[in-house]
Design a protein around this ligand. Structure first.
Ligand code: PLP
Length: 424
């Protein structure tokens, strides 16, 4: 790994800024945010620079980023290789639309198809758009290839899912906050308990065209399904003749210690859904990846996006894929993850009820009678750590994979101290 952490003092076991000397986080001046919609409840920190695993706020205080923009920053903030690729492309060409072609989309698609062991790629921008693309593809495949009766296609989803925020996607969410006030919703989805193969089997019919699954449910709190679930799902999909669609938007591209979370069970879905880290954290870039027998159902005029496949995002994406192909990040996430999750598990019984995770990705459930996840994140912010709650008492950690062991050790000290302080 050539990307050195920016602050060598951490390597000496010192805090980036000693706790006592660290300026208390200052509530950002709300008057400069008056026009910002309230669809998020951010922690009170206004970030102005970032490098590697670290960011700096407007007061000069530094924070170790344990969220990585929900895994979009797997390679850290402004990785030099990715920034250089972006600069090179910025000086050449940024956008053509798909009315024409450009010299980055083809090579990017070929590399991504090779990485997935598939034949074809359809690029979009956000994760939700890639999920929508997979849904449209599965429906068309159902009508055109499987012979499902018009407008009868059904897709199986899972309780606790998170696939994005479009009207169709929130329609099959089981989270009331995501749905309330947004109906009427798109029909054609049936949701079953996550990890339950019998429940999937029970809802499969001749009209089922696909199963949409997160190999690990990230937003639900890094929920790892029972061993054999993905293999069983693959088998069920094969037997029933339906498409297995793996939403690896958050779990994919090295986060779990392998290229894809499905790799842990040796499973290859019919459609990979990718996003977040594919962008290098620079230009939104998402994609679905499948064989031609599936993707060929999309014909000119049936789907698209003005920015999808733009040369700037694809140039950065090509560099991302070159980095993924080295295997370094998978190995690093696996090794650091074992250490990190091992450290976190020591907190179980001391204010922590459970720790789940795989690779460098962990969900930590606090005791139900202790502080909330939000309160812990606020306490961590004061200790120089950025993290995000995902339920009342759950906090998820997804550090940039460029983080090192010393930084992680320091982070776990802070987490332990914040949990302990919350119990008092
Ligand atoms: N799918 C999964 C598994 C996700 O975790 C997310 C975002 O967290 C999405 C899709 C949506 O991605 P985006 O926010 O880029 O639309």
């Amino acid at each position: 790994m050539t990307f050195a952490p920016p602050d060598p003092s951490i390597l000496n076991g010192e805090h980036a800024v000693p706790l006592a000397a660290r300026p208390a986080p200052v509530e950002p001046q709300r008057d400069s945010d008056v026009a910002v919609a309230h669809n998020y409840h951010p922690l009170p920190v206004r970030i102005v620079t970032g490098e590697g695993a670290w960011v700096t706020d407007e007061n000069g205080a530094r924070y170790l980023d344990l969220l990585s923009a929900y895994s979009a920053l797997n390679f850290g903030h402004r990785h030099p290789r990715l920034v250089a690729a972006a600069h090179r492309q910025l000086d050449r060409l940024t956008l053509t639309s798909r009315a024409f072609t450009n010299d980055q989309l083809g090579p990017f698609s070929e590399s991504l198809a090779r990485l997935c062991g598939k034949e074809a790629v359809l690029t979009m921008n956000t994760g939700a758009e890639a999920v929508e693309t997979a849904i449209k593809t599965a429906r068309r495949w159902g009508y055109f290839r499987k012979g499902v009766a018009p407008d009868q296609a059904v897709i199986v989803t899972f309780n606790g899912n998170f696939h994005g925020r479009t009207t169709t996607i929130v329609g099959f969410s089981t989270d009331p906050d995501a749905r309330e006030g947004f109906g009427p919703f798109t029909p054609g989805f049936v949701s079953v308990p996550y990890g339950d193969l019998d429940a999937v089997r029970a809802v499969l019919t001749n009209s089922t065209v696909g199963v949409l699954v997160e190999p690990i449910q990230g937003e639900a709190g890094v929920v790892v399904p029972p061993e054999g679930f993905l293999r069983g799902l693959r088998q069920l999909c094969d037997e029933a003749g339906v498409l297995m669609m793996a939403d690896e938007v958050q779990s994919g591209l090295c986060r779990t210690g392998k290229t894809f979370a499905c790799d842990h069970e040796g499973v290859r879905p019919d459609i990979y859904i990718l996003g977040k880290a594919l962008s290098g954290g620079i230009m939104p870039l998402s994609a679905i990846v499948a064989d031609w027998s599936v993707l060929d159902v999309l014909t000119p005029g049936s789907h698209g996006s003005t920015f999808g496949g733009n040369p700037l995002a694809c140039a950065v994406g090509r560099e991302v894929l070159a980095m993924v192909e080295t295997g370094e990040f998978q190995a690093r996430a696996a090794e650091l993850g074992t250490f990190f999750i091992g450290q976190l598990r020591e907190l179980v019984g001391h204010g922590v009820q459970a720790v789940r995770g795989r690779g460098l990705w962990a969900g930590l459930d606090l005791d139900a009678d202790g502080p909330s996840g939000r309160a812990l994140c606020e306490a961590l912010l004061e200790r120089g750590i950025l993290a995000k709650d995902c339920h009342d008492h759950t906090v998820r950690f997804a550090p940039p994979i460029v983080i090192d062991r010393f930084e992680l050790a320091w982070a776990t000290e802070q987490i332990a101290a914040a949990v302990a302080a919350g119990r008092r």
